[in-house]
Design a protein around this ligand. Structure first.
Ligand code: OOB
Length: 546
């Protein structure tokens, strides 16, 4: 596995070091077309607060928070971060559960000029340590505990590994760290960010090797959110429920939190997406729109048989992150009473949406069409030649909100980006004459477990570290509810293989996120190989009993 070199902390790099900007001539087009408006993500909130200060921004279990209150809280939080020593351009890892404080921390960092590195609550020391080191983060924002896990222990481990990490802010009981609520917030001038500069660093789901960082600029990400809000016809009356982890691109900006703020709607959070909990939130807050992954959509549909909550406010259910089966697509409206929108997106940029006025045929059978008139798509064969219209091929794309390269990943970018700046998605698609795409498979070595992408070679590296494992291959095994499950195909060394429980324990000990753990082990005498000696996964999958 190829990993990018991480510099030692003695020579910290500037935040733009390793950032690949848009090409000047295309950037000029995107500005001329009005996509990039030269304003920052922080100003989305400022503008909304200016227009309707008394409108509700955040719906919580306690008092709702107005736009004025959220805007002020973000300024105060920014002042607090600066007073603590966070400087413009500094990277700060954010790993919070879905709580309203996410919004305050996120906008607070932006307004301090800092760059949030948005990690998922499920990430553990292997991922956080790598991402903090790669970004040379100086700060880390966590909750004390969530889902039975103590993030302060994780902070201790990561700090040992990443010397740049000076500040740890904790939502809740801080232990030896700094309580977010105790950060003094002396009023002060706040820095102005450059709209063409990096606003956030997202974590990639779908690439090979260690997780990559994706730098999104203010200009491109604000466009991403605004244009998505338009496609979903979001307005001030909408109530968006953050059901998926807030740090993920889908609930953050597609249209999610940012798109809702751009259009003056209200936002509610759930940190437990179970039907019981999420349905209660939908009823209580009058939620109109939310985004889920296919297994959750299926579960919610089934749950209407036994849950009694009133879901009549819900007008739009966005489903994406993994392929939704056509049969499940048809169940959404009868079960939940909401219109379905399929979303095929990626943190790297390109978003495809079925439109609100598309016929059922397209909404049920396709994963949508590109968001922007300036999204350029190429569908190519193994040799990089465009396939005939309607044929299957790998999707390559560039456009006004798609990255030109991963952050600080020079070697990887040579493969991930073509010479003329197209991002290779690794997804296999077919395009209909209407422009809609059908996702039919993938060429990248990634398992998509119900919308969570797992890099096979990252997992294989961890499997091979087990003393009883001689050879290892991670493969996806078809699964009715998750789409795929993770199977570790293992060839034993001289001793017996561990049981599944023992293997999971071993991988957790190595600090791997829980969603990447194998669902099963297949023990084999040898792994099939291709002519050049690489593991032949196509031959391997049928060799595993299913
Ligand atoms: C979303 O973003 P990521 O970055 O976690 O994962 C992207 C990858 C895609 O390249 C594709 O392999 C897969 O996830 N994917 C889908 C899909 N949506 C994403 N595969 C089939 N059907 C779909 N509808 O997952 C994401 C980002 C923004 C909006 C929605 C999803």
């Amino acid at each position: 596995m190829q990993s990018e070199p991480v510099t030692d902390a003695a020579t910290p790099r500037g935040h733009r070091d390793g950032f690949i900007p848009f090409r000047d001539e295309l950037a000029a087009d995107y500005r001329a077309a009005g996509y990039w408006r030269g304003s920052t993500l922080g100003s989305l909130l400022r503008d909304a607060a200016g227009r309707r200060p008394e409108a509700t921004a955040l719906l919580t279990d306690e008092e709702p928070r107005t736009y004025r209150a959220l805007d002020e809280a973000a300024d105060e939080m920014a002042a607090g971060f600066i007073a603590q020593g966070i400087a413009p351009g500094d990277r700060v890892v954010v790993q919070l559960p879905n709580r309203p404080e996410f919004a305050v921390v996120f906008f607070g960092l932006l307004r301090a000029g800092a760059i949030p590195v948005l990690c998922l609550p499920a990430h553990r020391s292997a991922e956080i340590g790598h991402l903090a080191a790669l970004s040379e983060a100086v700060g880390y924002v966590i909750a004390d505990t969530f889902g039975g896990f103590d993030y302060r222990d994780l902070a201790r481990t990561v700090r040992e590994r990443v010397p740049s990490l000076e500040h740890v802010f904790v939502l809740g009981d801080p232990s030896e760290f700094t309580a977010l609520s105790e950060v003094p917030r002396p009023a002060r001038e706040l820095p102005e960010a450059d709209p063409a500069d990096i606003a956030v660093l997202l974590v990639s789901g779908g690439t090979t090797g260690l997780p990559k960082l994706i730098a999104r600029t203010h200009d491109d990400y604000a466009y991403n959110a605004r244009a998505s809000a338009e496609v979903c016809a979001l307005g001030p009356e909408d109530v968006y429920l953050v059901t998926l982890p807030a740090a993920h691109n889908f609930p953050l900006a597609c249209p999610g939190i940012l798109g809702t703020i751009a259009t003056g709607g209200s936002i509610a959070f759930v940190d437990d997406p179970s039907p019981e909990n999420a349905f209660a939130a939908i009823e209580r807050h009058g939620v109109t729109v939310t985004a889920v992954v296919p297994p959750l959509a299926q579960l919610w549909c089934a749950a209407t048989d036994w849950e009694e909550a009133d879901l009549s406010s819900l007008r739009l259910l966005q489903v994406g992150g993994a392929r939704l089966a056509d049969s499940n697509a048809a169940e959404v409206r009868p079960a939940l009473g909401a219109q379905l929108q399929q979303v095929f997106g990626m943190a790297e940029g390109l978003l495809n949406y079925t439109r609100l006025d598309d016929p059922d045929e397209l909404v049920f059978r396709t994963q949508g069409r590109p968001l922007s008139p300036h999204d350029e798509l190429r569908i190519v064969d193994e040799n990089g030649n465009e396939v005939a219209a309607g044929e299957e091929g790998e999707l390559l794309t560039r456009g006004p909100y798609t990255i030109r390269g991963y952050y600080r990943a020079e070697a990887h970018n040579e493969r991930a980006i073509t010479a003329d700046g197209y991002y290779r998605s690794g997804d296999l698609v077919r395009q209909l004459p209407s422009g809609h795409l059908i996702v039919s498979g993938r060429v990248k070595d990634v398992i998509n477990r119900g919308g969570e992408n797992i890099s096979c070679d990252e997992l294989e590296d961890h499997l091979l570290a087990h003393p009883a494992v001689r050879h290892a291959a991670a493969v996806g095994i078809p699964d009715d509810s998750l789409g795929e499950r993770v199977c570790a195909a293992l060839v034993p060394a001289d001793t017996a293989l561990p049981t599944l429980a023992e293997l999971k324990e071993f991988l957790l000990g190595r600090g791997l996120a829980t969603y990447k753990l194998p669902d099963r082990i297949a023990s084999l005498d040898a792994l099939p190989v291709t002519a050049v000696g690489k593991i032949d996964k196509r031959k391997l999958v049928p060799m595993i009993d299913q």
